[in-house]
Design a protein around this ligand. Structure first.
Ligand code: PEP
Length: 253
């Protein structure tokens, strides 16, 4: 049975004290997380250690990095390698967030390199895909997102692809307050699963968690997560407010 996941993406927000308070509040809340559910905190690099300390060994709660570099090691000032993450006990990493693609020119090919390094270091990539508004308006979203998957993931073996979490995040819905309708989300998630099924077979496609991202809030999470092919969410803004993110975790199937 595939995992239902609430993944917080804090982005470049919160100072250390605020981050410490937020994660302690969430971890201290009375949430009865089920066996098939997972909560992931994708925090800024300087907060990985603190977050890991707070989360500890609590079942089904994990800490993730928001990015990693596409080289093993070397003279890349300011970058962070997957080996560094692994050596700190970090086993999840967001790859290819639309903000990385847009502001740091990360291409599908670069993301494929990052994916390979993550998998080689036992780190589960949370691979983001999603179309800009102009593509959606032209009705070309399936084609666009299909290419993102093909160019960054489809070189992987069937064994490897099982260790990927996919996050569909329509760019026009990120941080805009504009959420995709449940129909739009289900339609795209079903399409993504069908593309994965063509490449890897139904059994594997049915095991891959596909998260929705784009203005998920406490008030709309349950409805979005109720779609059969939506396996939880990647949450930006609402993950910065303890009460809201707690409600989002509770909304998981
Ligand atoms: C995100 O950044 O991954 C995201 C979905 O942001 P928001 O929830 O704020 O739209």
């Amino acid at each position: 049975m595939r995992k239902q996941i609430a993944a917080a993406n804090w982005k470049m927000n919160l100072n250390f004290q605020q981050a410490d308070k937020l994660i302690n509040e969430i971890m201290g809340a009375d949430i009865k997380i089920k066996e098939n559910q997972l909560t992931i905190f994708a925090v800024p690099y300087p907060y990985l250690s603190m977050s890991k300390g707070v989360v500890g060994d609590v079942q089904n709660y994990k800490v993730a990095a928001q990015n990693c570099y596409q080289k093993i090691s070397g003279a890349y000032t300011g970058e962070v390698s997957v080996e560094m993450l692994h050596s700190m006990g970090i086993y999840y990493c967001i790859i290819g967030h639309s903000e990385r693609r847009e502001y740091f020119n990360e291409s599908n090919a670069t993301l494929a390199e990052k994916i390979n390094l993550c998998l080689a270091n036992e780190i589960t990539p949370i691979f983001c895909c999603g179309e800009p508004l102009s593509v959606r308006e032209a009705g070309k979203q399936d084609e666009y997102v299909g290419v993102q998957l093909k160019e960054s993931l489809f070189h992987l073996s069937a064994e490897q692809i099982k260790n990927i979490i996919v996050a569909y995040e329509p760019i026009w819905a990120i941080g805009t307050g504009k959420t995709a309708t449940t129909e739009q989300a289900q339609e795209m998630h079903q399409y993504l699963r069908s593309v994965l099924a063509v490449q890897y077979g139904n059994d594997i496609a049915n095991e891959i968690s596909i998260l929705y991202g784009g203005s998920v809030k406490a008030g709309n999470a349950k409805e979005i997560f109720s779609c059969p092919d939506v396996d939880g969410g990647l949450v930006g803004g609402a993950s910065l407010v303890a009460h809201d993110f707690i409600e989002i975790i509770k909304a998981l199937k």
